[in-house]
Design a protein around this ligand. Structure first.
Ligand SMILES: Cc1cc2nc3c(=O)[nH]c(=O)nc-3n(C[C@H](O)[C@H](O)[C@H](O)COP(=O)(O)OP(=O)(O)OC[C@H]3O[C@@H](n4cnc5c(N)ncnc54)[C@H](O)[C@@H]3O)c2cc1C
Length: 399
């Protein structure tokens, strides 16, 4: 058989499992696989187009859910972090405060992603940095993956390649993506204007919903090169397509000026948050999507914890495929929906429609969401039940 894009004589490397992308979703997929089926992990590689340390635009706030997933994997990352226990919600003159011990661990993504990848490499991961997936061809039983470094015969391909996923574009039927635009700027914390750093609180300001923004402005304290800093950002999920669009730039500019920051749009960074909707297709034969490539939730767009949890889902799907010798992944969508990831995304979608559709007071909606998100038993129950399923004779606390 001759495959277009493949020259006769090119050598094909055998690679049963290839994970594309070494962000939280890709590395977590490998770590879960290594924990639950080490023999399969040994036959997996992760390719990453960048070289670590690489940056990813993000607030860098990992919530307790994400911390629980890492704890269950036995991952303890020693990187500069700021622990934040208070979340201040604003809607016009109304202010609500939620408190939970160490609600968020705020880190620079360059540090977090690098440390996570290093931990996986220490456990045996074969990580190919500076290797980019370019194309995928389908043969009868396998995929031929073409990268800038070589050609591979692949049985299972995991798209963990973020918001602009090439795996998704190449392998899944065309689907309109829901990409929420964001803007962010990192600025030194100025104690005259930014109380977030000294008070160790994150501010989520929903006031601009009144101007049509289907999102919010955030102020997240963090450490940048050890200096007290604040990540100021804005997102517009555009969940209700019929509502007029808000002027994001104007709202963001005003928010910055109120903090005595007078830097214009050229200094702002932008990267979309892809949110998942029910119609999205997440798998095909031999292929599944995880993390941003699959989509996160459209209420707050917090995606690090969901991406880490997608790793658990993907590892389970890979193990089932090899056990049953069935690589159709036709049940993947269903397993996502019945997992805490899918249940949380569904709940967030309902609440986001109420909040951004003007049907409910946003502060009440957020309280409901955060009560669920930060109920440690919600995610721990699922993680522990999976652990007990796999190790029925063992102590329920993973080592
Ligand atoms: C402005 C902003 C602020 C945010 N703040 C937060 C926050 O505070 N807390 C939170 O929980 N979430 C936040 N998020 C969401 C979070 O950043 C993402 O959900 C998360 O990074 C998704 O992880 P991932 O592993 O799926 O994708 P990514 O982190 O994007 O990783 C994908 C990887 O794939 C690689 N890749 C891409 N294409 C290829 C290719 N063709 N071949 C090989 N490799 C490839 C990329 O280089 C990258 O390393 C924020 C997002 C934005 C945009």
């Amino acid at each position: 058989m001759h495959l277009r894009g493949l020259n006769n004589g090119d050598s094909l490397l055998n690679c049963p499992i290839m994970i594309v992308g070494a962000g939280p979703a890709g590395i977590s997929t490998w770590l879960h696989l290594q924990k639950e089926a080490p023999q399969l992990a040994r036959h997996s590689i992760v390719i990453e187009k960048a070289i670590f340390p690489r940056d990813k635009l993000c607030g860098g706030a990992l919530c307790v859910w994400g911390a629980d997933v890492l704890a269950c994997l036995g991952v303890d990352l020693d990187i500069p972090s700021l622990f934040v226990s208070d979340l201040e919600l604003r809607f016009g003159k109304e202010i609500d405060c939620l408190h939970h011990n160490n609600y968020f661990r705020v880190m620079q993504r360059a540090d977090f992603d690098h440390a996570l990848a290093k931990e996986a490499v220490k456990r045996g991961l074969e990580l190919h940095e500076d290797e980019m997936l370019i194309n995928v061809l389908r043969t009868e039983h396998k995929l031929i993956v073409i990268t800038n470094k070589g050609k591979y015969a692949v049985q299972v391909l995991i798209g963990a390649d973020g918001a602009f996923s090439t795996v998704r574009k190449k392998m899944l039927p065309f689907q309109k993506r829901h990409l929420a635009p964001t803007l962010q700027i990192l600025a030194p914390a100025d104690s005259r204007y930014d109380s977030e750093f000294t008070e160790k609180k994150t501010v989520v300001d929903l006031t601009a919903i009144n101007e049509g923004l289907q999102g919010y402005v955030w102020h997240v304290p963090c450490l940048k090169d050890k200096a007290p800093s604040i990540a100021h950002g804005i997102v517009d999920f555009r969940l209700c397509p019929n509502r007029p669009r808000a002027d994001m730039k104007k709202i963001f500019s005003r928010a910055l000026q109120s903090r005595n920051i007078h830097k214009g749009p050229k200094t702002w960074s932008s990267h979309p948050i892809p949110w998942h909707s029910d119609e999205d297709i997440l798998s095909q034969g031999n292929v599944i999507l995880v993390g941003d490539a699959a989509g996160v939730e459209p209420a707050f767009g917090g995606g690090i914890h969901l991406s880490l949890s997608y790793g658990d889902l993907a590892a389970q799907a890979i193990i089932n495929a090899f056990q049953k010798d069935d690589f159709s992944f036709c049940n993947y969508q269903e397993s996502v929906q019945s997992h805490s990831v899918g249940m949380f995304v569904a709940k967030c979608t309902r609440l986001a429609l109420e909040m951004y559709g003007g049907k409910a007071n946003p502060l009440e909606v957020v309280r409901e969401l955060f009560d669920l998100n930060y109920d440690p038993s919600f995610i721990m129950r699922q993680l522990l039940s999976r652990y007990l399923e796999l190790h029925p004779q063992s102590d329920p606390v993973p080592k």
